[in-house]
Design a protein around this ligand. Structure first.
Ligand code: SAM
Length: 265
């Protein structure tokens, strides 16, 4: 049998389709999410409903965002779902999540087995809505989870670590082998829980500047910040902030990046 065909659907590579088919893993993910009846749950990339159906059993209503037109039609017609589900056929990368929070009048709980090709931009997109999101549970490449939780002074620590840790508390939940998916991806996966801070540990005046500092620093991560941040800060400014100019991007803490962002003008 063709390994790309699952439940009569030909998995589309361009949409990062790897469908979960492992009941034990599915049960564990649903248990980690702990969906409750009156909550505003939103699934990104429901696909063939491996998570959608079990989550829907716990809630009054569920909103799903699916880019693949064929899968969106199947979801609308699914007899186990159609009285509970709203299917939004759209690219989640361009979706305005404020619209849903306004509609429900409550913060959102977002989850999904994300298409790996867009998981990082999608998380950056969602961080913009951190103030209207209670939590997020995502299946990601294990390597991305490692980067999300990485501490300074390691090769995994990068722009994603700094920005994600600025917005959220991050808790790895579960590791998932390739055999749990059809077709099996080439990499290991892991589920992670991201909880946006109600009160962030570090204050930043303008998030765009934090975004710029981290981009400039990590785009040239092998250079010392004296060089990589020279467009934004003089050596004197760095020294005045007690930040050693001979450090590299990976040596700075989230707090130091926030300090830098707040001192730029
Ligand atoms: N949730 C299903 C499961 O666990 O079996 C499917 C997961 S599959 C890894 C990713 C899903 O996201 C697919 O259904 C794919 O069509 C959908 N998808 C891909 N890109 C998307 C996008 N930009 N916006 C919304 N959905 C997308």
């Amino acid at each position: 049998m063709n390994s790309r065909v699952h439940q009569g659907h030909f998995a589309r590579k361009r949409f990062g389709q790897n469908f979960l088919h492992d009941d034990y893993i599915i049960e564990n993910i649903v248990a980690a999410i702990q969906p409750k009846a009156d909550q505003a749950l939103v699934e990104i990339g429901p696909g063939l409903a491996a998570l959608t159906v079990p989550v829907s059993k716990h809630v009054d209503h569920l909103t799903v965002i699916e880019i693949d037109r064929d899968l969106a039609s199947r979801l609308i017609e699914n007899p186990f779902l159609n009285d509970k589900i709203t299917v939004i056929e759209q690219d989640a990368l361009t979706f305005n999540f404020n619209q849903l929070a306004d509609q429900f009048g409550k913060p959102l709980r977002v989850f999904g087995n994300l298409p790996y090709n867009i998981s990082t931009p999608l998380m950056f997109h969602l961080f913009q809505y951190a103030n209207i999101i209670t939590d997020m549970h995502f299946m990601l490449q294990k390597e991305v989870v490692t980067r999300l939780v990485a501490a300074p002074n390691s090769k995994d620590y990068g722009r994603l670590s700094v920005m994600a840790q600025y917005y959220c508390q991050i808790i790895p939940v579960l590791e998932v082998p390739p055999t749990s998916f059809k077709p099996a991806p080439k990499v290991d996966s892991a589920v992670v829980r991201l909880i946006p801070y109600k009160e962030k540990p570090y204050f930043v005046n303008d998030i765009k500047i934090l975004s710029r500092v981290t981009t400039e620093a990590f785009n040239q991560r092998r250079k010392t910040i004296r060089n990589s941040l020279s467009n934004m800060f003089t050596v004197e400014q760095l020294t005045k902030l007690n930040i050693d100019p001979s450090l590299r991007a990976e040596n700075l803490t989230v707090q130091q990046y926030c300090q830098l962002a707040n001192s730029w003008n």
